[in-house]
Design a protein around this ligand. Structure first.
Ligand SMILES: Cc1ncc(COP(=O)(O)O)c(C=O)c1O
Length: 409
């Protein structure tokens, strides 16, 4: 059955997991009135979202051994910067809205915490009014994690305006080799001491952007030239890759996770290619195409068996947002997720949480780590790409419905 699905949905060209530079990236489309973290008063570019979290923690000058509150539903790159800043991690659970379950945070935890990191999951901004008040009452600084939410409104305020600091990940929204943003609506940001990347890294940054575009068959007109150029270039690097395989050594899980988070460039300045592209690329198409792709997914997952949109979808759900993913709750997700990964479709699940993350009874965060599939909806996935991914999910769900029922624990 798997190979049947593969022939239907998996054998075509691979789909990109992030934005890819193309002629269309430079097209101007007018999309008025969508806020962005980049409009905050104080801001500085970093190499990544994780670097922005790290730099935010340094700006806060925290007492030694203080703890940072992190959600149980996280990606490892939200935890790694805390540990690298020599701070401790404490966890909080989530409500079904994705907001922190403030009432369940124990007083003993509050006492040792000086910062709380709160993300706007999936690019769907939410009001952090209550969170802001809770933090203010307890003298806890708020870092608003906008890695998924570069654009949009978060309830009564624009994204990024709730936090003492806001952090963002530009490579999730723009076709850049890397880049993040540390910003604040009201706190001056002290200059960041950062090393300049060497010339070789600068050149590599430019080449990487074009190479990715070539891999996904972009830039009609010069595509053949690019394909031949990168074929030649990679003959050499493929040889050295083979000799590296045997060097991989199994490490304890937390160490391995820290290594996978690749924190090596957190105190460097971003590459020229990232800065230049960030400055010149228009925003309108990024916002509009994401809204279109999100709506497309919504139309597929309305009223089906075995899965549902994580949040109720209405006509205005994303009019003031540029979603990062379409979050889909799947009742029995394991085999479906494995198949989608095997088909190389642009779908994630945050099932790799940091070792020893606290388990709270009935916590939504833990449920989401298991049940929520994040279907990417970035601007460089076409309507056909979204259709292909959605149809593969529906097909897998159908197969599952046809099988004799198994109890999932
Ligand atoms: C919510 C959230 N915060 C922070 C990050 C880190 O961003 P970056 O990959 O740019 O370091 C990520 C990355 O996936 C994320 O999902």
């Amino acid at each position: 059955m798997q190979s049947n699905i593969e022939s239907l949905y998996g054998s075509h060209r691979p789909l990109p997991r992030g934005p890819v530079l193309d002629w269309s990236s430079f097209r101007h489309i007018d999309v008025p009135n969508v806020h962005s973290v980049e409009n905050l008063k104080y801001k500085v570019l970093t190499t990544s979202g994780r670097a922005a979290i790290y730099q935010a923690l340094l700006q806060l000058d925290l007492p030694a051994y203080s703890s940072v509150l992190i959600p149980t539903y996280h990606c490892p790159t939200m935890v790694a910067p805390v540990l690298l800043a020599n701070l401790n991690v404490a966890y909080f659970g989530l409500l079904p809205t994705g907001l922190p379950n403030l009432g369940a945070i124990e007083e003993s935890t509050v006492q040792k915490c000086k910062v709380m990191l709160v993300p706007h999951y999936f690019g769907l901004g939410k009001s952090l009014k209550e969170v802001r008040e809770w933090c203010d009452k307890r003298g806890i600084a708020l870092i608003e994690d906008c890695a998924h939410c570069y654009f949009g409104q978060a309830g009564e305020r624009a994204v990024g305006e709730w936090g003492d600091f806001a952090t963002a990940s530009l490579s999730k929204f723009f076709p850049l080799p890397e880049a993040g943003l540390l910003a604040s609506a009201r706190r001056l940001i002290r200059p960041i001491v950062s090393d300049k990347p060497p010339l070789k890294a600068q050149v590599k940054g430019c080449v990487d952007v074009i190479e990715l575009a070539s891999r996904y068959q972009r830039f009609v007109g010069i595509r053949i030239f690019l394909t031949s150029f990168f074929k030649l270039k990679n003959i050499r690097s493929q040889k050295s890759e083979v000799s590296k395989v045997s060097e991989v050594i199994k490490k304890p899980e937390a160490t391995e996770m820290m290594r996978d988070c690749d924190m090596t460039r957190i105190d460097q300045s971003p590459l020229w290619a990232a800065i230049a592209l960030k400055n010149i690329l228009p925003r309108g198409r990024i916002i509009l195409q994401r809204q279109i792709n999100f709506a497309s997914y919504a139309s597929y997952f309305f009223n089906i068996l075995g899965a549902k949109p994580l949040f109720p979808i209405s006509a205005g759900s994303v009019t003031s947002a540029a979603p990062y993913v379409f979050p889909l709750w799947v009742d029995d997700p394991d085999s479906i997720y494995q198949s989608l990964r095997a088909l190389n479709l642009p779908v994630f699940r945050w099932d790799r949480i940091w070792p020893n993350t606290t388990v709270f009874p009935g916590d939504t965060g833990a449920l989401w780590s298991h049940h929520v599939l994040q279907l990417l909806c970035h601007q460089d996935l076409s309507t056909a790409d979204i259709d292909r991914t959605a149809q593969a999910v529906l097909h897998l769900l159908q197969i599952q419905q046809m099988k004799p029922h198994t109890v999932n624990t």
